[in-house]
Design a binder for this molecule. Structure first.
Ligand code: UDP
Ligand code: MG
Length: 321
């Protein structure tokens, strides 16, 4: 829930989900804090430990003790996923503007200043396009295809959906905090709530250390959520396909009955028929799976389980809190 903002709310909150990033953290702290100090704006860095099993939580605690007035650490009970972790960070954040950043230094913290400058021009959501994306080829190809599909079937217009370095103004974050959807895709959700969004180009680097936390399966899941969470077009497309196939197969049946009456029983073409039947079964199974995606979303929504559970929050108590 949105909480009343204290008088001492910082101008900027940087929200960073962290999952098993012990190798990246030192490098992140060394660049993030100086970059923020250089901006001359009041700020807080909100780290969310997404149930890491390595030394991540300990490193975050250590950093918090070093810079308590500029840091908050939210420790989640277990691994809830990147987007749930960001949501936990959003509700803990107090800044007038919120930046999301990955912990692996793929998004340079030095770009935050540019995002804020863009917001100064009056935009309430600054999306990003990776100038030269540093990822493996199959991931680039896969996301290009997903981008195109999403553009076509949802209202969300983003050039590059993958880059998490983004800036949001407080009213967008409050709206997101009030959205109770379980599996959501934050940049897309923000797009629906923003009044004046814009995109700028940013640098993108290879992962500084450690490994990507996304397997191919998790990426596919994320994209399914992106499509089924923002559009019912796939279901509607399926009705259309079903309708067309019904007409075509109807014609085929009439043709075969007529042929049976006037030319007698046929035996040839059995395999063609098999091929057609298998093809139709394939489409049917896909349709059932697709329905299942939506039913699964409904199932999760009615369960109303919390999206994340907080174990502890490390923060410095301010006088007016
Ligand atoms: N992350 C997280 N929970 C997860 C997976 C990832 O908080 O279950 C964090 C991770 O620590 C990183 C960010 O989300 O800060 C992006 O993850 P990653 O770099 O592995 O994704 P990629 O860049 O490969 O898409
Ligand atoms: Mg990364």
């Amino acid at each position: 829930m949105a909480k009343p903002h204290s008088k001492r709310a910082p101008q900027v909150s940087v929200v960073i989900p962290v999952y098993n990033e012990e190798e990246s953290l030192a490098g992140l702290f060394a660049r993030l804090y100086p970059a923020m100090d250089a901006l001359g704006r009041s700020y807080e860095c909100v780290f969310v430990d997404d149930g890491s099993t390595d030394r991540t939580a300990a490193l975050l605690r250590e950093q918090f003790e070093k810079r308590p007035e500029h840091s908050r650490v939210v420790l989640l009970q277990s691994n809830f996923g990147q987007h749930a972790a960001i949501l936990a960070g959003f509700s803990a954040s107090r800044g007038e503007r919120i930046i999301t950043l990955d912990a692996d230094l793929q998004n340079p913290p030095e770009e935050i200043g540019n995002l804020l400058l863009k917001m100064d021009e009056g935009y309430d959501y600054v999306g990003t396009i990776r100038r030269k994306r540093q990822d493996v080829a199959w991931r680039k190809l896969a996301s290009r295809m997903m981008n195109r599909l999403r553009e076509r079937i949802t209202r969300v217009r983003m050039t590059d959906q993958g880059c998490m370095l983004r800036a949001y103004s407080r009213h967008v974050i409050d709206a997101i905090n009030n959205t109770s959807e379980i599996n959501t895709f934050i940049p897309a959700l923000a797009y629906l709530y923003a009044l004046k969004p814009v995109e700028i180009e940013v640098e993108h680097n290879e992962r500084a250390a450690g490994q990507s936390k996304y397997s191919l399966y998790k990426l596919i899941r994320l994209n399914f959520d992106l499509v089924t969470g923002f559009s019912v077009m796939p279901l509607q497309a399926f009705s259309v396909i079903g309708f067309i196939l019904t007409i075509l197969s109807g014609i085929l049946v009439v043709y075969m009955v007529v042929q049976r009456i006037f030319e007698g029983p046929q035996v040839q073409g059995v395999f063609t028929l098999f091929a057609i039947v298998f093809f139709l079964i394939g489409i049917m199974l896909f349709g059932i799976g697709l329905l299942g995606e939506y039913v699964g979303r409904i199932y999760q929504e009615v369960q109303r389980r919390p999206r994340y559970l907080i174990r502890a929050i490390l923060e410095k108590k301010s006088a007016d809190d």
